[in-house]
Design a binder for this molecule. Structure first.
Ligand code: FE2
Length: 205
């Protein structure tokens, strides 16, 4: 089965000025869609034609197929990114907050750390909150690289820091985009991913 653009868990105008409908038209409707088209074109007629997205990512990495890795990893990264955002301003539960306090020094410290990691990330990539060695950790990956390509790293939340993610609404002001999105984290999604199964939530096929 060919990969398809996953449905968004909200309307494309749900975020108002934080992420405009125009951003969704381009970022979701064109960029995310383009990765799907590329991965489908590259896997058609191959052994991977009916494989799951996570299988394609792993196989492309193992084979050193950078082109297919980039397309497939970017499908997964974007699907996961959309799931981690909430139009409403939510708060982490007491249980999740306790984990954030213990591992990252509190909610404000987490936001400062992921903002610094993401704002300071040179060129294209993704800022991440992951679970590694049983602890929450802030990190980033370059270009299409993704935590699901690494053993022992479970994804919890991500911020797209490719320019296409913020240029329509924030122009070159990446830090302002990060500040706005850090008030719109879907903490229920983050908490669900503490089960270590976050990778499967943006899988398909
Ligand atoms: Fe993107």
């Amino acid at each position: 089965m060919a990969f398809a653009l996953p449905e968004l868990p909200y309307g494309k105008d749900a975020f108002g000025d934080v992420l405009s409908a125009e951003t969704f038209d381009y970022h979701y409707g064109k960029h995310h869609q383009a990765y799907i088209t590329q991965a489908n074109d590259q896997t058609k007629g191959t052994d991977l034609e009916n494989a799951s997205l996570l299988t394609v990512i792993a196989a492309a990495k193992a084979a050193g197929n950078k082109k297919l890795f980039n397309a497939s990893a970017q499908i997964w990264n974007h699907s996961f990114y959309w799931l981690g955002l909430s139009p409403e301003k939510k708060q982490p539960s007491a249980a999740l907050l306790a984990r954030i306090d213990a591992d990252l020094g509190g909610l404000d410290a987490f936001k400062a750390a992921i903002k610094a990691e993401s704002a300071g990330h040179f060129a294209s990539g993704w800022g991440w909150l992951v679970l590694e060695g049983g602890k929450l950790k802030v990190t980033s990956y370059h270009d299409a690289d993704t935590p699901v390509a690494y053993e022992g790293v479970a994804p919890l939340f991500t911020l797209d820091v490719w320019e296409h993610a913020y240029y329509i609404d924030y122009r070159n002001a990446r830090p302002n985009y990060l500040d706005a999105l850090l008030d719109h984290i879907d903490w229920d999604f983050v908490e669900a991913n503490l089960d270590g199964q976050g990778a499967s939530r943006a899988d398909q096929g």
